[in-house]
Design a protein around this ligand. Structure first.
Ligand code: PLP
Length: 220
């Protein structure tokens, strides 16, 4: 199917409260433009260099999200334009984002990446680490970041119940964070979960941002 056909098929499944982030990593500018011309405006990349190159080359009304692991020394390249960083997994990284946000007079929106999968390799904070980060004095001093919510990646498995229970866990954790920490500055209302193989479950479980690549653009 065409990129436009794929996009429309996914958009039909989005409820009122879920948005689609089209993950364009490894795809060409022409492919991104095809998706843009079909109406998509939110795109995500997992590598800083590729994100910057695409931002520079493509229309300026695109909202660019960073979804991959971010190294501190690369924050400065995305700070001037990034709309949402999905993958914050330490106070140290948050401090660097804050510092770079200050330099370009921006408040940068971020999600805390929470560890929900059984796999050992996935990045993220566990619930306890997220709580202690948010309770710390150092966090309270950061004025150039805004925590919009949480992000999680389910275990890569065909086992639907497993995925569902991991997404459910993230939703419950999100509710706990909202209850404890939400404010005008840190609304915490966003839940980024769901990729090509599990976005339908994620929508059911309350995702507000699904991150879909190969189901739109084809296999990488
Ligand atoms: C690549 C990637 C996606 C999209 O994966 P697909 O399976 O192609 O939909 C989503 N989130 C992150 C963090 C990714 O790196």
């Amino acid at each position: 199917m065409s990129i436009e056909g794929n996009l429309n098929r996914i958009k039909e499944k989005l409820g009122k409260s879920t948005k689609l982030v089209a993950i364009s990593k490894t795809k060409t500018l022409a492919q991104v433009m095809e998706c843009y011309n079909a109406g998509q405006r939110i795109f995500g990349e997992n590598k800083v260099q590729e994100l910057v190159a695409k931002f520079e080359a493509l229309p300026k009304d695109i909202e660019w999200h960073l979804v991959g692991h971010l190294q501190g020394n690369k924050v400065k390249f995305v700070a001037p334009f990034v709309s949402l960083i999905h993958s914050v997994d330490s106070l140290k990284l948050l401090q660097e984002i804050n510092k770079q946000g200050e330099k370009c007079h921006r408040v940068i929106s971020c999600l805390l990446q929470i560890y929900i999968a059984v796999e050992e390799t996935k990045f993220g904070l566990d619930e306890e680490e997220a709580f202690s980060l948010l309770e710390s004095e150092a966090f309270k001093q950061l004025k150039n970041i805004r925590i919009m919510g949480v992000m999680g990646m389910a275990t890569n498995t065909d086992h639907q119940e497993q995925i569902q229970s991991e997404f459910r866990k993230l939703k419950q954790f999100s509710e706990k964070l909202i209850h404890t920490f939400a404010s005008g500055l840190h609304p915490f209302s966003q839940i980024s979960m769901g990729m090509s193989n599990d976005y339908e479950i994620a929508i059911q479980e309350g995702s507000t941002l699904i991150r879909v690549g190969s189901s739109i653009f084809g296999e990488r």
